[in-house]
Design a protein around this ligand. Structure first.
Ligand code: AMP
Length: 531
């Protein structure tokens, strides 16, 4: 093998399949696995002697050795799940590490050199624990993750890369359980994330539930039967509900047929119920309203107009519903509230902005490869500017979190606040850099440094200027300047440190914002705080 070089690989660590990519001659290429396949099933089989088989072979024998085979491990990431195989225990991160090792091994074989650095994609809705598990898995597999890239962003990178000119995208990733919205542009060779939003409470399964409720009501009204009381019948309904939904993406009308669904006093009941697409769209009108609300919120938060995107990129199985495209076009073209269901499309609604010329199976992996190329320098003529995933700030002397850079701020970003001493003749101030993540008050310590004060004065008389600055690559620099002496202290925090939560810290009291401080009269200068 050649000696290590600076190749960075891009990995799409998928629920069903995983792919590896890298940049060759200025464009992303998928690295084939040893069987020649471009996609490797994310399936792991562990033999009695400890030998690990990953991919197609593991998938093919899964039926025979179900107990020793793990599929869909991505769904368990971040959870306290344990796999017991041959009396050995494996966490979801352990299993994912086996998949990553396999991908890394075959990429090394193919490229003929050792590899260490990688960009790995994760669903945008992955929370800190899920991201942390992904980082843990990579570490176990001997990979150094330079960036956890959100999957819809990766898909947009792939699309933007194949574009000739500038583009402004709305990427909607609507899968089985989540809705992810990303606004992104590509201008003057720079990809910039402009807004993110969505919900983990709405997805394809919420739509299936509406169909199930519809059937339940029909059976109740017609036969005075509650199928909810029959678990097997209910399970059947769930399966057929989803099937009817997917059928309606390619046909106007379908039939939900389940022979012998249950036994009644009069004999077996055979379900045979027609469902028209119009009726289905009416059944899911609340969900369509929710989707619209989240899309509008994302536009509003980012300060961009509804007509801003010129390209619509649809990712995820549920975007195959024709009503999704209709709804999105209506929002983008009119900006006005949409009726639910949105009804037929007008000529203006039909503006051709939906981009379908990217391979959905490879778009995410290619996007990871593109970012890998940007980071390794082989795509030096383009840049990628992400957003801060969480609020970044410092802890003050009362243990409050003082935010400096809010979550969702595009890179590069810079913010300063003036702090002061809390004790007479204080000789040192310590800056504790924190990240606040998630809905709960979850604080993560990113670093701490102290600055000696050259000429200590009475409390409140020394001024310390704390500056947060994030460069285009996500490198956070936090500095503290003793204004009186001109002495400065600084720490650098790499983006990967705030990609996932290492360990949470207790921060007392509530978070206070600059605005609240001013309101409460805490900040007479509108800037100063104690530290
Ligand atoms: P994903 O997580 O991207 O694989 O998406 C899974 C979801 O997409 C599930 O809720 C599926 O029921 C849904 N889905 C898959 N194909 C279709 C289709 N043709 N029409 C509507 N929904 C679909």
């Amino acid at each position: 093998m050649k000696k290590e070089n600076n190749i960075i690989i891009g990995i799409d660590l998928g629920t069903t399949n995983s792919l590896v990519s890298y940049i060759k001659n200025g464009s992303p290429r998928i690295i084939p696995n040893p069987r020649g396949g471009r996609m490797t099933p994310s399936v792991v089989f562990i033999k009695e002697n400890g030998e690990v088989i990953v991919g197609e072979l593991a998938k093919n024998q899964a039926v025979l050795n179900g107990e020793q085979t793990v599929s869909n491990v991505k769904l368990a990431m971040g959870k306290d799940r344990e796999y017991r195989i041959h009396d050995r225990k494996y966490s979801p991160a352990d299993i994912s590490a086996l998949i990553l090792s396999h991908l890394k091994d075959y990429a090394q074989q193919y490229l003929g050199c050792p590899l260490a650095d990688a960009v790995i994609t994760v669903p945008a809705y992955f929370d800190d624990r899920q991201r942390e598990d992904t980082l843990k898995a990579a570490e176990k597999a001997g990979l150094n993750v330079l960036k956890l890239l959100n999957e819809p962003t990766a898909a947009a990178l792939t699309f933007g890369f194949s574009q000739k000119g500038d583009a402004r995208f709305l990427v909607v990733d609507f899968g089985g359980g989540t809705l992810d919205i990303t606004l992104m542009d590509y201008k003057d060779r720079v990809f910039r994330v402009r807004g993110v939003g969505g919900s983990t409470a709405i997805g394809g399964t919420s739509l299936d539930r509406r169909i199930v409720d519809y059937i339940l009501k029909d059976v109740q009204d017609t036969y005075n039967l509650d199928l909810r009381k029959d678990p097997i019948a209910f399970q059947q309904l769930t399966i057929h509900g989803e099937k009817a939904k997917t059928d309606l993406s390619s046909t106007d009308e379908t039939r939900i047929m389940i022979p012998y669904i249950t036994l009644t006093d009069k004999g077996p009941l055979h379900l045979n119920l027609p469902l028209h697409r119009d009726r289905f769209e009416l059944l899911i009108r609340d969900e369509l309203g929710e989707i619209e609300k989240h899309i509008r919120r994302t536009f509003e938060k980012s300060g961009l107009g509804y007509d801003w995107p010129d390209s619509l990129i649809l990712v995820g199985g549920s975007t195959r519903l024709p009503v999704m495209e209709k709804l999105l076009r209506k929002i983008i073209n009119k900006g006005k509230p949409v009726n639910h269901p949105p009804g037929p499309e007008t000529e203006t609604d039909k503006k051709d902005i939906v981009k379908k010329n990217i391979n959905p199976d490879e778009a995410v992996a290619r996007g990871a490869g593109i970012l890998a190329g940007i980071l390794e320098g082989s795509l030096s003529n383009i840049e990628f500017h992400d957003m801060t995933p969480h609020n970044l700030g410092v802890e003050d002397e009362q243990g409050n979190f003082v935010p400096l850079i809010p979550g969702g701020t595009p890179y590069p970003a810079e913010e300063s606040r003036l702090f002061t001493t809390t004790q007479d003749f204080q000789e040192e101030v310590c800056i504790h850099v924190l990240q606040k993540s998630g809905k709960e008050e979850n604080y993560i310590s990113l670093g701490r440094f102290c600055l000696q004060i050259e000429e200590p004065r009475k409390k409140g008389e020394n001024n310390i200027d704390v500056n947060f600055s994030i460069n285009t690559h996500g490198l956070l620099s936090v500095s503290a300047l003793d204004i009186e002496s001109g002495k400065m202290g600084e720490i650098l925090i790499e983006e990967k440190q705030f990609m996932g939560s290492k360990s949470t810290v207790q921060v007392q009291g509530a978070e206070t914002s600059k605005e609240e401080d001013i309101k409460n009269g805490k900040e007479d200068t509108g800037k100063t705080r104690s530290i």
